[in-house]
Design a protein around this ligand. Structure first.
Ligand code: IPE
Ligand code: IPE
Ligand code: MG
Length: 236
C-alpha cells in the first residue's frame, strides 16, 4: 500500500458495549481488546508502519466503578508482564506514556522492566498511553519548564515543548483512528495530534481487524494534507 502514515494513534473504544451486545460482562470486552491489539501490532509490522500509540487508560477513567478500574489495572499489569518476551522477539520497542505518580509500585516495576527490555528494538515503536490525559501532559510539561530556572521565556518554542512531553522521542501523530462510533478525542494526545488526520469507525474495538485497518489506511492514503499552507489539489 502507498502513502501510509508513519505514526498512527488509536483510541481503542467500545469494549464494554461489544461485551454487552453478547450478554457478557464488560471485563470480557477488555480482555478481547488486548487480543485485538496483539493482532493489530502484527498488522502494523506487516505494513511496515513504524509507530503506533494506543489509548489504554485515561486520567478520566478513574471515574469508573472501582471494580472496573481494578480490573483494568490488573489486565494492564498482567499483559505487559506476560507479553514482554514475545514483543521483544518481534522487535517492538515499548514506551508507556502517562502520569506515573498514581500507579502502584508493582505496575511501575513492570513498566520499567518492559521499557528496559525492549529499548533497543526498532521494528515498531508501540507507545501505550496508560493513566494518560492530554491536559495532564500539558500541565506536566509546564511544571517541568517552570522548574528549570535557567530557561528564558524566549526559549519556549514548539520544539522545546515537544522535548518536555512524557516521551520526547514520540513524533507527531499523522493518523488518528477512533473505534466505537463516538466522534471525539477524549483528552488523547492534544499536543501531538495538532495536524493529525482523523478517522472514526462504528466498529467496536474488539471487532477491529486487519480488514478494518486496511479500510482506514486507504482513507488516509487518499487525503491531501496541507498544514495550513496553500496547496493546490492534484489534477484528477
Ligand atoms: C475502551 O472501551 C477501553 C477503556 C476505556 C479502558 P470502553 O470501556 O470505554 O467501552 P465502551 O465505550 O463503554 O463500550
Ligand atoms: C477513551 O475512551 C479512553 C480509552 C479508550 C482508554 P472513553 O470511553 O474513556 O471515552 P469517553 O468517556 O467516551 O469520552
Ligand atoms: Mg468508551
Amino acid at each position: 500500500m502507498q502513502n501510509l502514515p508513519a505514526h498512527v494513534a488509536i483510541i481503542m473504544d467500545g469494549n464494554g458495549r461489544w461485551a454487552k451486545k453478547q450478554n457478557m460482562p464488560r471485563a470480557y470486552g477488555h480482555k478481547k481488546g488486548v487480543e485485538v491489539l496483539k493482532d493489530t501490532v502484527k498488522s502494523f509490522i506487516k505494513y511496515e508502519i513504524t509507530s503506533l500509540t494506543v489509548y489504554a487508560f485515561s486520567t478520566e477513567n478513574w471515574k469508573r466503578p472501582p471494580k472496573e478500574v481494578k480490573y483494568l489495572m490488573k489486565l494492564f499489569s498482567q499483559t505487559i508482564a506476560r507479553e514482554a518476551a514475545e514483543l521483544d522477539e518481534q522487535g517492538i520497542k515499548i514506551n508507556i506514556i502517562g502520569r506515573r505518580a498514581k500507579l502502584n509500585q508493582q505496575i511501575l516495576k513492570k513498566i520499567e522492566k518492559i521499557e528496559k527490555l525492549t529499548e533497543d528494538n526498532d521494528k515498531l515503536i508501540l507507545n501505550i498511553a496508560f493513566n494518560y490525559g492530554g491536559r495532564a501532559e500539558i500541565i506536566d510539561v509546564i511544571k517541568k519548564i517552570k522548574a528549570d530556572k535557567n530557561l528564558k521565556t524566549e526559549e519556549i518554542t514548539q520544539k522545546l515543548i515537544s522535548k518536555y512531553l512524557y516521551n520526547p522521542t514520540i513524533s507527531d501523530i499523522e493518523f488518528l483512528i477512533r473505534t466505537g462510533g463516538d466522534k471525539r478525542i477524549s483528552n488523547f494526545l492534544l499536543w501531538e495530534s495538532a495536524y493529525a488526520e482523523l478517522y472514526f469507525t462504528d466498529k467496536y474495538w474488539p471487532e477491529f481487524d486487519e480488514k478494518e485497518l486496511k479500510i482506514a489506511l486507504k482513507s488516509f492514503a487518499k487525503r491531501q494534507r496541507k498544514f495550513g499552507a496553500l496547496i493546490e489539489e492534484a489534477d484528477q
